[in-house]
Design a protein around this ligand. Sequence first.
Ligand code: 5GP
Length: 200
Amino acid sequence: MDKGLLVIISGPSGAGKGTIYRRVIDRTGMKRSISVTTRKPRPGEVDGVDYLFRTEEEYHQMIADGAFLETAAVYKNFYGTPKAPVFENLENGNDVLFEVDIHGVKSIKKSYPDAVAIFVMTPDFETLENRLRGRGTESEDSIRTRLGSARHELGKYEMFDYIVFNDDIDTATNEVLDIITAEKRRIKNNIKAITGLLEK
Ligand code: 5GP
């Protein structure tokens, strides 16, 4: 069996990457990564489902052990993607889908260059601004900050393999599914399958 595919979805907040991520998981059954965090569980959150909740000591030990594919400090807590379950899935031929921020993309690409990175963006910045405003949860400051970050992230386009413009969520989701299918059909991802056929 050939290895699974590691796909990363990223993009500015408000572009719809979270929705696309959930839809792709639902439609494909791709494996998702459960992050490790030092933050305390919120009501209703379950260890091993939402996150792997660990103490700071445990977390730092994991860093020392080289257990993370990427790790980041967000506010006062640490968050990281554990390496072992991801590589285990890939070795078993399971495809894995990540939704991470731009820093995560860089780290993952560095330690796993075969990862396929998809940037989800609105057709233009005006649409992004309207969507952020439409949420009704962001302050004017937060909207400005997020728009600035979005411009910065788009400037890092060389890190990505694909861009999907999310004008319509169904079309955008289908485009992401098409990209995944195309990547899965690449010859380099089917060498074992092909040689297996030839040997019969
Ligand atoms: P929350 O505490 O609200 O669940 O998440 C806070 C932030 O941490 C979010 O922006 C989320 O995307 C980010 N985050 C969650 N898991 C990871 C991870 O494994 N790696 C990185 N770099 N960020 C993460």
